[in-house]
Each structure stands twice: as structure tokens, then as C-alpha cells.
Design a binder for this molecule. Sequence first.
Ligand code: SF4
Ligand code: SF4
Length: 320
Amino acid sequence: MMDIRKDIRELMDLCIGCGRCTEACPSNAHGGCDPMDVMLGGDSWEGCIGCGSCTDVCGVTDPKKVMMYTTAVRTPVPIPGCFRETGYNLPAGEYPYGEPEYRGSGLSLMPGCIVNAGYRYLENAAVSALGHLGMPVSRYESGCCVYPVPYRVMTEGERDGLKKDMLKGYGRIVTLCGGCSHELTESGGDAEHIVWLLHRNLDRLPDGGLEGLKVAIQPGCRMRPIIRMYREICERLGAEVMDIEPGCCGKGTKVRDALMSERQKSMDGADAVIVGCPACFMWYDTWEGGIPVMHIAEAVAVAAGDRRSLGCHRIVPEIP
Ligand code: SF4
Ligand code: SF4
């Protein structure tokens, strides 16, 4: 029997067993986890993607938090050593074509663990996109937002304390990942995903540049409610936006193949899929024979004429 921490037990005790979370769960729909079962003491935790759809529909407690905690204690993935040494959850990678031009300012760009490790060209592209808007930026160097599963064995107070330390010395932060901005905001940080900033500056974005490109939009779990912003940015850039129902990439869980196959089928005919989440980016870019992917910040850089990042993709987008 799993030893359940007090704050998690309290969240479980609030559950009334209505089943709405399980109905909303994309993993459950493909034979994955069952959040209501876990909330009622069961052990159907495997396959949780951490998308938060369960908590969005719940209204009385927080099944996502319970699922992430359960995954953390059931899956033997310790907090990585490099977190203690570098602040990042994953070892740092290289910039494939040189460091971005950080000119310094009150605005800091947070790359996040996945970009810092393996997709540094997305950092270049984001700096380039912000440069197009006339926004010089510095780099947020504090590392991981402590969202990933291994950190869920910590109490909320411990995670909050770590995040508050990471925020010291930083003002406005712009992120490439919705999870990072959410985590930092929860701990009092002035952080937002770059899509908000791009959308506020819609009339300063390149007016065209992606004409002839048909795109499908997958904003990622946390940003589905603001898909309209993605659409308006892509339309401003001149792309044709397909009408599709966004969904989950499946991350690296046991339901990944089922969910990713579903996504690829739903986007049939797209020249590129536009995402807001570096984890989604990674899973799309490594899907054999899949539709090429671009991060929304990268789409702006490309439309502005900076195509250097495209050659770094495993599946290279072809821009007309
Ligand atoms: S966690 Fe919430 S949505 Fe799920 S069964 Fe319990 S009360 Fe219902
Ligand atoms: S976080 Fe997502 S995958 Fe996990 S239980 Fe909730 S709805 Fe299902």
C-alpha cells in the first residue's frame, strides 16, 4: 500500500466520485490512466500525461496534482543530479549555429529544460522573433521550473520555496513553455508564455511571410483555451489555418502512439503543425514520417526571414 502524503490524502478525500475527470481524460480514452480510480484509492495511474483536463472539469479537488504525485512515487525517477549542479532537469546542449544575440533588458527569456537540452535553436528563433518586435532580451539563467514529475515528491511548500529562490533578481519573464510560465506565476513571478506577448503585438508581427503554408495548431494541454491567439498570429503571418480539434501529443507515456496517431490523422494535409510547448515540439519532431513542427515563436522568426532554425529539425518544414 502506497504511503500517501497528508496534503495529497486531503485532496483525495474531497473527491465525490462523479467520474467527470475520467470522462475528460485523453489517456483513459486510449486505455491509459483512470483519475477517478486513483482519487478513490485505486492504482490506475500509469499513462497520465499531466495534461490537467481532469482538474479543469473537476471543480471540487485537484486530480492532476494527485496523479502527478502518484506517478512520481510509483515511477523510480529521482531528481536528476544535474538539477543540483546546473538548476536544469536535463544536461545542457549546444547552440547549433551560435549563441542568440542577448542584448540585455528588463525582459528575460526562459528557455526551459527541453529547449536548453536539445532544442537550443528554438531559443535562437525566439530571440530573433523578439528582435523583430524591437524587444531586446536577456537570458533567464535559473533553470527548471520544477514542474516535471520527479519534483512532485516535494510538498507544494518546498516547490514554492525553490521557485521563489529562482525568481530572485528577475523582473518580467517570457517563456517558451506554458508549464514554466504557470509554475513561476503560481509562485509570484511576473511570467508569461511568449504567445501572449506576440499576440499583444499582433500589428507589429510580419504581415505575411508564411503565405502558401497550411498549418494546424496544437497549442499544448495548458494553452488550448487560447488557441484563438495562435490562429490570429498565424493568419497575420499569412498562413492558412486548418479547422481541427486540438488534442494531446501523449508525451512519452504508454498512450503516446495512440494519441499521436490520432493527432497526425486529424491534421492530414497540413504542411506544418504549430505548437506552443517544447515537449509537444519534441514528440512531433521525432514522430517517424510525421508532419513537420514549428514553435509559435519560431514561426514568427521564419516569417520575418530568419530560417536558420529550420535546418536543425529532424523533420524539416518546407516553407514556400
Ligand atoms: S476528482 Fe473530481 S471530477 Fe474526478 S471523480 Fe473526484 S470529484 Fe469527480
Ligand atoms: S492529467 Fe490528463 S492524463 Fe492525467 S489523469 Fe488528468 S486528464 Fe488524465
